[in-house]
Ligand binder design. Structure first.
Ligand SMILES: [Fe+2]
Ligand SMILES: [Fe+2]
Length: 276
């Protein structure tokens, strides 16, 4: 079966996010993979929370097999690191992409041309704890106990580490985004945590002040806005996940954010993006 379109100047990009495959039953997961196998598209984009660390290799391998010769551009979300450490999980993922050539982990400096006008860049991002109530929030993040890097940290140290992780994504964007914008009219930024609180819903409603620190990557957002000011005739669309509540917000004339909705026990498609 030929599932690729092969139209010269456009790309049909299937967008997936927050699959949380470790929570789906075997039967649901197999049905999802079969649908993935038979869906016509040129490439796949996954914006994080694919699984948890102990199942990630297996689940990414299954996705790779289902996508066959189609590229799978993906980045990890915070849940992908659960029960592991950030460094170890990332090492595993890089090694996996050596064995599965269609798996392309984003965040290694790549600028991927999707069409003559549009490029894709990506980085996992992380909530940086700075939005809304910031460190004053009374809400706890499960990541604090479920990711090895955080377990031993007290609350102040945890927030400091979140700030560093947010800054990592901002630094990465400063490295790749100007180069992408100088060559392409439209740049898609794939990331896990929304960089703008305006795109964050929680259970379909505006995300409360106390939750925002764990649902926004302010450092990445400020960096994107700052860089785009230098390229007023270019356009950026951010694709993110994490909140599980769909949102599509036009931030300004040339900046938009789309956030994927998700139901963890029902892995689904978030849409077919037609890139031209
Ligand atoms: Fe998620
Ligand atoms: Fe997440």
């Amino acid at each position: 079966m030929n599932r690729t379109k092969n139209t010269q100047n456009t790309t049909d990009l299937l967008w997936l996010s927050d699959l949380h495959l470790e929570r789906a039953s075997d039967e649901t997961r197999k049905r999802f993979l079969e649908r993935l196998r038979s869906t016509c598209c040129d490439a796949i984009l996954i914006t994080g929370d694919i699984s948890t660390s102990e199942h990630l290799t297996h689940h990414l391998g299954e996705i790779s097999d289902a996508c066959d010769d189609r590229k799978v551009y993906y980045l990890l979300g915070n849940h992908d690191y659960f029960h592991g450490s950030i460094r170890e999980v990332e090492r595993t993922v890089i090694a996996l992409s050596q064995d599965h050539r269609n798996l392309v982990p984003l965040g290694q400096g790549e600028i991927i041309e999707l069409s003559p006008d549009t490029a894709l860049v990506g980085h996992r991002g992380w909530f940086d704890g700075l939005a809304g109530a910031g460190e004053e929030t009374w809400i706890e993040s499960p990541d604090h106990q479920k990711i090895d890097d955080f377990k031993h940290l007290d609350r102040r140290e945890f927030f400091e580490r979140l700030r560093q992780l947010g800054e990592d994504s901002a630094t990465y964007l400063r490295q790749v985004l100007p180069a992408a914008l100088s060559r392409y009219r439209h740049v898609m930024i794939a990331t896990h945590v929304p960089p703008f609180y305006q795109g964050v819903k929680y259970d379909g409603r505006d995300c409360r002040w106390e939750r925002q620190p764990f649902f926004t990557n302010s450092a990445a957002g400020n960096t994107i806005v700052g860089i785009l000011k230098r390229f007023p005739h270019r356009r950026i669309t951010v694709h993110a996940g994490h909140s599980h509540s769909a949102a599509n917000v036009r931030m300004s004339r040339n900046l938009s954010i789309q956030v994927a909705g998700a139901q963890p026990v029902k892995p689904a498609f978030n849409g077919l993006l037609q890139i031209n």
